[in-house]
Design a protein around this ligand. Structure first.
Ligand SMILES: NC(=O)C1=CN([C@@H]2O[C@H](COP(=O)(O)OP(=O)(O)OC[C@H]3O[C@@H](n4cnc5c(N)ncnc54)[C@H](O)[C@@H]3O)[C@@H](O)[C@H]2O)C=CC1
Ligand SMILES: N[C@@H](CC=O)C(=O)O
Length: 512
């Protein structure tokens, strides 16, 4: 007795495709195909008129494919000469996968999301039985997806983690710590199958464990996006997610390649979202076309639930009129501490670096670029079409230190001390320094006004009372009037950021 729930796989099959116009709809063509092939001792699996445009597809064993093409060419010689038949050819190395499901549309959409487009699909609606034809190298991944849907088998999500510095390294540990719990509670099997830095990449189809640092340290493989894509294909990995925890301007150029090759994208890297608006929009179109997602909650406010909140408010029609606050964990820490303590500016900047708040190059924070990026990312969530050049940025890095090597800059931080001592001392009494971002103007127009600057505020004001590396975002909307929605909390740090990235991975995994 056959198990009704079994997934049957028949390998080494071929499709003989028969292309032609008008003629193919004519009565008797199917039976002529049948007879020509049966007469030659070839057994025919399925004949389908839907598989190719203007064509008929016939399923045969791969060993018979060449003969099948020969017999059909002979049978339809006259029609070929008359131009009714354009082409008869075979596609080899195929598998037929048969299964029973009352929700095969869901399976098909999962297959599509994983870039699997069956060459042929036949369904016996009353029995819920479906046969699909896929290429040999897509057989395993197709089977896995069908098993997940039919048997509720845990869904394996394959993660490629790019960048394992402060944020990326912490993320690997967090995933390894929680993977078993997530498997039990959510039936999602998170497997880290690739880890890369700027120089090297390491692969592990079975998923990395606690010795991952050793593996990447001793990997001999040069970091390469092509190799990563190739690895995913070669091992037929489904549910792929590429996680970008670099700050690289070059690496983001590869996002479209990932999406085109079946990866969803998660990133703490802010660069893609601040590229020229045409690229920003083209990427969204590409995601939609490929049914892929790009999540980046940590781009603004690290682990704070900011982007989602703003997206939802905007989507639900709430008119956001202004967003302002302290957007940088680093500059929050620097000015909160510098304003109150007697330590030098450079000492406090070094502390922020040691605590993992700063960008890989701290000038990205001190120049205001990082805050400007965050402001721009939020503006674009509101469908404003601002460009980075539109932002008025007060740069806190002196011009002579802007273009030097990063390490030299860090070694010369003391050169900033006297200027900031003066700024601090020249404030009104009971005032403190804060570096703020402000998105304002008429946000119903195409562009908003974006300002990023150092200000002095009363110590007892909301901004003045900020502590540690906390960020604060005040979101003003039409319904909430004068009282903004306030989101406040740790605005930087490896743990909170990695946790936010992890949240995006889980969000993606659940919708997969
Ligand atoms: N530190 C924080 O609190 C927050 C950081 N972020 C973002 O997280 C990202 C990472 O920051 P950190 O972990 O602090 O940086 P990091 O400097 O500690 O680590 C960066 C990693 O990226 C790798 N990398 C650089 N270029 C690469 C390339 N082209 N290909 C492959 N790998 C490459 C480096 O080898 C390194 O492993 C940045 O984009 C930052 O803006 C976002 C929110 C908060
Ligand atoms: N360097 C950034 C990190 C988070 O985006 C900051 O300090 O805010």
């Amino acid at each position: 007795m056959t198990d009704k729930n079994a997934i049957n796989i028949y390998r080494n099959k071929a499709l003989v495709n028969f292309e032609g116009k008008n003629f193919l709809g004519q009565i008797g063509v199917d039976s002529r195909i049948f007879q020509a092939l049966n007469g030659g001792g070839i057994s025919v699996g399925v004949i389908s008129q839907q598989a190719i445009e203007n064509g008929i597809s016939v399923l045969v064993d791969e060993v018979d494919a060449e003969d099948a093409v020969k017999f059909l060419k002979k049978e339809f010689e006259k029609e070929t000469k008359e131009g009714y038949v354009n082409n008869i050819y075979s596609i080899d190395s195929l598998s037929v996968i048969g299964f029973v499901s009352d929700n095969y549309n869901k399976i098909l959409s999962e297959l599509q999301r994983n870039k699997i487009f069956p060459l042929l699909l036949s369904q016996i609606a009353s029995a819920g039985r479906v046969n699909i034809v896929v290429t040999e190298n897509q057989t395993e991944i197709t089977k896995n997806i069908i098993e997940t849907e039919i048997y509720g088998k845990p869904k394996t999500v394959h993660l490629a983690l790019i960048g394992h510095g402060n944020v990326g390294g912490t993320l690997v540990e967090q995933i390894l710590d929680s993977a078993y719990d997530i498997l039990k509670r959510k039936r999602v099997d998170l497997k880290i199958v690739a880890i890369a830095n700027s120089k090297k990449i390491a692969f592990n189809q079975a998923g990395f464990g606690s010795d991952w640092r050793q593996k990447i340290k001793f990997s001999q493989t040069e970091s390469s996006v092509e190799k990563l894509v190739e690895f995913a294909k070669e091992h037929h990995l489904e549910n792929l997610v590429m996680v970008d925890n670099t700050a690289s301007k070059d690496f983001v150029k590869h996002y479209p390649t990932f999406v085109e090759n079946g990866f969803d994208v998660v990133g703490s890297n802010k660069i893609y979202n601040t590229l020229p608006i045409s690229e920003y929009r083209d990427f969204r179109k590409l995601l939609e076309k490929n049914k892929k997602k790009y999540l980046y909650e940590t781009n603004v406010g690290a682990g704070l639930p900011l982007i989602d909140t703003i997206k939802l408010l905007h989507l639900s029609g709430e008119n956001i009129t202004r967003i302002k606050g302290v957007f940088s964990g680093t500059l929050s820490y620097v000015f909160n501490n510098f304003s109150l303590r007697n330590d030098k500016y450079s000492v406090i900047i070094r502390e922020a670096m040691d605590k993992g708040f700063t960008e890989p190059d701290p000038r990205e924070d001190l120049s205001g670029n990082d805050v400007a990026r965050k402001l721009l990312i939020l503006a674009r969530e509101l469908d404003l079409i601002n460009e980075f050049q539109d932002i008025n940025i007060q740069n806190l890095v002196p011009e002579n230190l802007l273009d030097i090597d990063k390490n030299e800059f860090i070694s010369r931080l003391e050169e900033l001390d006297s200027e900031y001592k003066n700024i601090k001392e020249n404030q009104k009494p009971d005032h403190v320094l804060r570096y703020v971002g402000d998105l304002h103007g008429n946000l119903q127009e195409e562009k908003g006004e974006l300002d990023v600057k150092l200000i002095s505020v009363p110590a007892n004001s909301a901004l003045g009372q900020l502590k540690g590396s906390d960020s604060i975002f005040e979101i003003y909307t039409e319904s909430y009037g004068e009282n903004p929605i306030v989101i406040m909390g740790a605005g930087a740090g490896a743990k909170v950021t990695a946790r936010g990235v992890f949240g995006d991975i889980l969000r993606l995994s659940e919708t997969k």
